[in-house]
Design a protein around this ligand. Structure first.
Ligand SMILES: [Zn+2]
Length: 150
């Protein structure tokens, strides 16, 4: 069977949903699938951006499925797009002022910190979205107040 490189509908609508939630309406975001991303089978997705025209493309590994892990991958990449203006400023204003060996070290350190930050924000947003998208049934207690079932 030939590999299916059509972007699944749930990915397209999830990207639109998170573009709205993250206020990325000025961005044009396109998605595509590849068998292997960045020549590394362990990489699930990657973005490339053109800041001055607010264009971003996200490449997802072709085995993407509608699972919590892959949903978080979509949110993670959307957060990279959200933070791209900060990353661009760090690259162009701060890192370029450094001499080469220091610049490389500072670039690696910045990327590590940003990656950890985006991972933590991804988990937070995914959990909040789960509560919003799948609210627990609310039942009325005997005194008339509403309380969430636990
Ligand atoms: Zn990342």
């Amino acid at each position: 069977m030939a590999a299916d490189f059509n972007v699944p509908e749930w990915v397209k609508s999830y990207i639109l949903c998170w573009a709205d939630r993250l206020h990325l309406e000025e961005w044009e975001i396109v998605a595509r699938l590849e068998l292997c991303v960045n020549d590394d089978p362990s990489v699930r997705a990657a973005i490339s951006v053109t800041n001055n025209i607010h264009h971003a493309s996200i490449v997802f590994r072709a085995d993407i499925e509608d699972t919590p892990e892959w949903q978080r991958t979509v949110i993670h990449e959307m957060l990279h797009i959200k933070h791209e203006p900060i990353c661009q400023m760090v690259r162009e204003v701060i890192l370029l002022e450094l001499e080469r060996p220091t610049r490389r070290l500072a670039d690696d350190a910045y990327r590590n910190v940003m990656e950890q930050f985006i991972d933590s924000q991804t988990m937070l947003l995914w959990r909040l979205a789960e509560c919003v998208d799948n609210p627990e049934p609310i039942k009325a207690s005997e005194n008339g107040h509403k309380e969430a079932s636990v």
